[in-house]
Each structure stands twice: as structure tokens, then as C-alpha cells.
Design a protein around this ligand. Structure first.
Ligand SMILES: Nc1ncnc2c1ncn2[C@@H]1O[C@H](COP(=O)(O)OP(=O)(O)OP(=O)(O)O)[C@@H](O)[C@H]1O
Ligand SMILES: [Mg+2]
Length: 677
């Protein structure tokens, strides 16, 4: 584009001289000029870069002005090219129709009558140039505006922003192509405010309308995020911001931009989903780990408990074996001692001193026998008379004895319901156990306290030392000193006692423990120092109600009283010797055998035998086997089985009367008499 200073004035003055003159005058005021030889050339040069045109009226009077008119009409909006038309005197448009036509055709015209003064020409030319310069300024401004509009347009399109305007009163909406694109409309399709509202998601529509109204009503700002549905049915997200613009004439409009934010929204949603999913997975994994950890701790604790229980039961088993063995041998020795003392007492006759000494020895031996009984009980080898018994009834039977044993300082209470099922138990051993527990409680309450004894029905789930099932439970609870953990752990071990020497043997609880085990029950102790102790004896409920035991079958059709021919079988020479003496002292004839086979060979012979007394526990052939074979040889032969403890294999039911070792002559005589011999 030519800058205003360089823009040439176009001269069309046929007749050579006038044109040059004009060019000279113009150059004097610094205005370049171009002389056009004909109208075509003049019209051809009339472009945006020309400063103004100078022509004489007569030069175009007869010419075809069509091209000139077209060139003038084709000017851009900012341009109104000035023309200076030189007329003859009196040739101005006011009187000259030709000039008036030119004025109409050219628009921006100044008529200058000839002859004119050079200065007049110069000032008219200057005025035309100034006018043109203004137009150039406008052109530059329009150009700048256009460029900035272009920039804005390309920025909006690069940012994929749709622009729009809304007239609040008419609700006339004008939009850019991008705006249409965002809403899925093609160029020609109508897209008014109503169409816009109709495209909104029903849930978001009230919000958008409210925000528009608020912006128009006063806030002046509009900002919204909403869903809309394109004509193809797809759901999109858009974000819009707008502001109220006021025109100089006071009219308002809402001008704004809208962007499609579907991609961002779905990215946000999937991000949110991923985060939530991650959080869920982390939480689930954490919970899994916590559970696994808890399970592991539980297993460790369980294993430790099981190991502890196993260790404890192995220890008790070992002690039991040892104790049982010792007690067995000891019992046999006492048998011999007692038997001989018994006989001896008969031989000393009236010697009072000797009799006293022997009685003392017998008492000592009997106490020894009682001790071995307790040891055997712990070792679970005592002879038990197991039968269904009502525990409440048994406790009631011991009430008086218990009261006397615990004394007046202790408040004794009983809870003994009627009608409980029976328990499988040996009544005598149960009484002893109860007494032992009560005495322990008493010893733990030297300054008095409360002792509660109760019987109830309990259920074991089948864990620990008890098989699943119904049990009768004796509980003995005191408010005494209680036990610390170490004492509690050792309390059931034989010979463990915290009592001073001579006061406790430490066999009470171990005996009850052994008894409970032998009866398939359990002894359970719970205690804390200062908080008293509770001992529970669990015994299996009997399936059958308490009933009288069938009397042992005795095959006896022999004569009563008098001397008998007795076959005495025992592998222990000491016992055999004293027992034979006892029997002979009773007036019987004794044939001795030191083993089962030996006894059988006697029975195979034809020696008359009225009774066989046999030990149970013998090497190679035990008393049970011997008895069976003896009966084969001599059916109906009366047999007495001497047993020191529960040696009979479990389940073996020998229908034989028993003789409990150690026995004295009186018991021997009684058992023989009971056979009806
Ligand atoms: N009720 C109780 N309160 C506090 N400690 C008890 C109780 N019962 C038992 N013990 C503790 O357990 C130990 C062992 O008891 P256990 O009955 O086996 O033997 P003992 O009573 O010492 O002697 P024994 O019963 O042979 O005369 C007791 O010495 C005592 O320390
Ligand atoms: Mg005791």
C-alpha cells in the first residue's frame, strides 16, 4: 500500500498543456502527479492508492462515463476518492446539468472555475489531499481492526472456542461457526436461543437458565458447565463463560465463549474411577493383609497353646508311669508286710506290749497303703467302681462331713439342683475328691471366707482335654488367697505342695486329676492371686439313669465253711509266702503255683480244688487268661482275682470277684465267705 505522501494525483486533462501546468502547480505543493492521456487510463489508475483525481469538465462531457461510475462505485467502504473538476466560468453544478451529473456520479467532488488563481488551485488540491489522508487513516484503522479480528478468530478457532452473543430482550442468539460445531449444527442450520435450551440435558437446563437470568439481572457474569445432546444423540459436556456488555446507547448483550470439555470430563471421570478403584483395591488388600496377619497370630498362639498342652500332658504321663510303677511294687511290699504282721499278731498271744508294737506297725503299713492308693489314683491305675451316680445327691451326702472339715469361719453354700442327669463316676472316689477340694479351699482361707459348691450340666465343644458331649460339672469356688500362674501350673503335679512340711503331701489335686482322666473327664482350675480359686471337675453324663449294679455272678455250689483246698497263684514269692500263711492260718489247705502254666498243670491233674485265688498281673499269662483256661478245665471253679490297681485292660469284663491288694486276713476270709464257700 502506498503511503499517503506518495499517493499520486491523477490528472486527466486532454489538451496537453493544461495537464502539465496542473502537474507543475501540484509539484509546487509537494504533490506527485500522474498525467493520464485518456479516460481509460484515468479510470484504470483510479485505485485505492490514488490521492485524488483532477479532470476537466469538457474532457468527459461526451465520454462514456459508465467505467468511471463503476470504478467509483467499486471503492471500498472507507474510500471516497476526492475529485477536482475544472469547469469553465459558470459551469458549476448549480447551473450546469452536466456538472450536476458529474457531481452525482463522482460523489466527493470539488468544482473549480477557470480561470483560477494558482493559490486557489493549490488550496483545493491540498484540501483534497487532506481529505484523502483521512481516508487512508481510516483505511489503516479498518485494516488494523480486520487484522485483530482475524487474530481473534484464529485464536478462537485454535482454542476451539465458540463465541456468541445473546440479546436479553429479544433472546436473539448469534453464534460463530465453531459454536455451531460444538453443538453439532451445520452452517445453514438454525441455532437460536430456543434451540440452545432444547439441546440441554434436562437435568442441567434449569441451572443454565437460572445462571443466564442472574447474569442479565444484575451479576453481569455468567459461568456454567452443562451437558447437552447433539442432534446425532451424543451426549457432550460444555463450559461457558460470558459477561454483560453495554453499548454506548445503553443497550445490553451477553457476550461469551463456549468450549467443548467432553474429553476433559471423561478424562476426569476415568481418573476418578481409577483413583476410586485404586483406593478400593488398596483397602481390600490392606484388609486381606490384616486378616492374614491376624490369622497368623492366631495360629501362632494356637500352636503355642497346643505345644504347651502337649508338653504338660507328656510330663504328667511320664510322672504317672513312674509313680504307678513305684506304687505297684510298693503295694506288693506292703501286702507282704501287712500279711506277716497279721500272722505275727496271732503268734504273740497275750503279750500286750508286742501287740501294741505290731498294731503300730500295721497302722504305719496301712497309711503307706493309703498313700499308694492316692499315687495309683494319680497314675490312673486305681480300681474304680464306675456307675451312673447323681452328683448332687453325692454332694448332699457329704454335706455334714464338709461342714465339719471347713470349720465355722467359712460360709459354705450349696447349689445342687434336683433331677440332673447322672454322671459316670466312682462314688467313693468322688467323695474323696470333693473333700480334697474343700480342704484345699479351707487352707487357702485361714481367716475365713466363702466356699461355694455347685453341680450343674455343661456342654463341651470337643476342644482341649474334653471330648464333645454333655458333662456334669462339680465346681468348688473359694474366696481365698488364690494362686499365681506358676503355682497354678504345677498344682496338679504329684508332691507339689506349698503347705508346710507335714501339712500337705501334694497329692490331692494330682489324685483328682488322675481320677478325672480315668473317667474321661477333666479337672480345670482357674485362679488369680487374691481373687480366689475355682476348681471344676467335669465328668461325662451317663447315658443310662442310675441303676443298681448287677451282682457279680458267682458259681458256687460247694459246701459252706470248713477247710478248703485252695490253689494260690502269684509270681511274687513274698506275697505268696504271707498269703499262704494267712490261708493256712484260716484252716485251709493250700497248693501253691508261681505262674499261670504251673497252675494249669495242677488243674489238669485230678487234685481236688475248691477255689483258685490268682494274682492278675503276672508275666506271660495274666490272671484273666488263667481264669478263662481254668474254667475250661474245671467249669464252675470258684475264682478270686487279686488286683492292686486297675490293671485290667479297658473294656475287659471278667465276671470275677475281686480281692483288693493289699489285704489282711480278715478281708481274705470275708471275700472267701462271700463266695459262699
Ligand atoms: N483352693 C486353693 N487355693 C489356693 N491354692 C491352692 C488351692 N488348691 C490347691 N492349691 C495349691 O496347690 C497345691 C497343691 O494342692 P494339692 O491339693 O495337690 O496338695 P496339698 O493340698 O498341698 O496337699 P494334699 O492335698 O496332698 O494334702 C497346694 O499346696 C496349694 O499351693
Ligand atoms: Mg490338697
Amino acid at each position: 500500500m502506498t503511503c499517503p505522501g506518495d499517493a499520486p494525483a491523477l490528472i486527466f486533462m486532454p489538451g496537453g498543456r493544461d495537464a502539465r501546468l496542473a502537474a507543475t502547480l501540484l509539484s509546487e505543493i509537494g504533490q506527485p502527479a500522474e498525467i493520464c492521456p485518456d479516460l481509460d487510463r484515468f479510470v484504470g489508475a483510479l485505485d485505492a492508492d490514488a490521492a485524488f483525481g483532477i479532470l476537466t469538465e469538457e474532457a468527459v462531457r461526451h465520454a462514456d462515463l459508465g467505467p468511471l461510475a463503476a470504478a467509483v462505485a467499486a471503492q471500498p467502504s472507507w474510500s471516497a476518492l476526492p475529485f477536482v473538476v475544472l469547469t469553465r466560468h459558470g459551469g458549476g453544478p448549480e447551473r450546469n446539468p452536466e456538472a450536476a451529473r458529474l457531481s452525482e456520479l463522482l460523489g466527493n467532488v470539488t468544482f473549480l472555475e477557470r480561470p483560477f488563481h494558482a493559490t486557489t488551485f493549490a488550496s483545493v488540491a491540498r484540501a483534497a489531499r487532506r481529505g484523502r489522508e483521512r481516508q487512508f487513516e481510516t483505511r489503516a484503522a479498518v485494516e488494523r481492526l480486520r487484522r485483530s479480528e482475524d487474530t481473534l478468530r484464529s485464536a478462537l478457532s485454535a482454542g476451539r472456542l465458540g463465541m456468541w452473543q445473546l440479546h436479553p430482550e429479544t433472546k436473539l442468539l448469534t453464534v460463530t461457526p465453531m459454536m455451531r460445531e460444538i453443538f453439532g449444527r451445520s452452517e445453514g442450520e438454525p441455532f437460536g436461543y430456543e434451540d440452545f435450551l432444547a439441546s440441554l440435558h434436562p437435568e442441567d437446563r434449569p441451572g443454565v437458565i437460572g445462571t443466564v437470568e442472574a447474569a442479565i439481572g444484575g451479576s453481569g457474569e455468567y459461568r456454567a458447565e452443562f451437558r447437552h445432546i447433539r442432534p446425532d444423540g451424543s451426549l457432550r459436556w460444555a463450559e461457558a463463560t460470558a459477561r454483560i456488555e453495554r453499548e454506548p446507547d445503553g443497550a445490553v448483550r451477553l457476550v461469551g465463549l463456549t468450549a467443548d470439555v467432553t474429553a476433559r470430563k471423561s478424562a476426569e471421570a476415568s481418573q476418578r474411577e481409577q483413583t476410586e478403584d485404586l483406593e478400593r483395591r488398596v483397602a481390600a488388600r490392606t484388609a486381606e493383609l490384616e486378616q492374614a496377619h491376624a490369622r497368623m497370630l492366631d495360629e501362632i498362639r494356637q500352636r503355642e497353646r497346643t505345644e504347651g498342652q502337649l508338653l504338660q500332658s507328656q510330663k504328667m504321663e511320664a510322672i504317672g508311669q513312674l509313680t504307678g510303677g513305684v506304687a505297684h511294687d510298693f503295694n506288693n511290699l506292703l501286702m507282704a508286710v501287712l500279711g506277716n504282721l497279721d500272722l505275727l499278731s496271732r503268734h504273740v498271744g497275750e503279750d500286750a506290749r508286742a501287740t501294741r508294737l505290731i498294731d503300730g506297725a500295721i497302722q504305719g503299713a496301712q497309711r503307706g497303703a493309703a498313700l499308694t492308693q492316692r499315687l495309683l489314683a494319680f497314675a490312673r491305675r486305681q480300681e474304680l467302681k464306675v456307675e451312673p451316680r447323681d452328683l448332687a445327691e453325692l454332694v448332699r451326702g457329704s454335706e455334714e462331713l464338709l461342714r465339719r472339715s471347713v470349720g465355722d469361719d467359712i460360709e459354705l453354700s450349696f447349689d445342687l439342683p434336683e433331677g440332673l442327669p447322672s454322671a459316670q463316676v466312682d462314688g467313693t472316689q468322688f467323695d474323696l475328691a470333693l473333700l480334697n477340694l474343700a480342704v484345699n479351699a479351707r487352707d487357702a482361707m485361714p481367716d475365713g471366707g466363702r466356699l461355694a459348691i455347685a453341680v450343674d450340666l455343661a456342654e463341651a465343644a470337643g476342644e482341649g482335654d474334653l471330648a464333645q458331649g454333655a458333662y456334669l460339672r462339680l465346681s468348688v469356688s473359694d474366696t481365698g488367697t488364690g494362686m499365681d500362674a506358676a503355682t497354678l501350673e504345677q498344682a496338679t503335679q504329684p508332691f507339689f505342695s506349698t503347705k508346710e512340711l507335714g501339712k500337705g503331701t501334694g497329692l490331692g489335686l494330682s489324685m483328682i486329676h488322675g481320677l478325672a482322666q480315668q473317667l474321661h473327664g477333666a479337672l480345670r482350675l482357674s485362679s488369680r492371686p487374691g481373687a480366689g480359686t475355682r476348681a471344676e471337675l467335669w465328668l461325662p453324663a451317663a447315658e443310662m439313669p442310675a441303676a443298681a449294679r448287677a451282682a457279680p455272678a458267682v458259681a458256687a455250689t460247694h459246701r459252706q465253711g470248713g477247710a478248703l483246698r485252695i490253689l494260690f497263684v502269684d509270681d511274687d514269692a513274698l506275697i505268696a509266702m504271707s498269703s499262704v500263711d494267712l490261708l493256712e492260718d484260716l484252716g485251709h489247705h493250700v497248693i501253691q503255683a508261681s505262674s499261670g502254666p504251673q497252675a494249669l498243670s495242677v488243674l489238669e491233674g485230678d487234685a481236688p480244688i475248691d477255689l483258685m485265688i490268682t494274682d492278675y498281673s503276672m508275666p506271660r499269662m495274666n490272671g484273666g487268661e488263667l481264669s478263662r483256661r481254668a474254667r475250661e478245665l474245671r467249669p464252675g471253679l470258684p475264682i478270686l482275682l487279686a488286683t492292686g490297681y486297675a490293671e485290667l485292660p479297658e473294656g475287659a469284663s471278667l465276671d470275677l470277684p475281686r480281692l483288693a491288694k493289699p489285704y489282711m486276713q480278715r478281708q481274705l476270709a470275708e471275700e472267701i465267705a462271700r463266695l459262699g464257700l
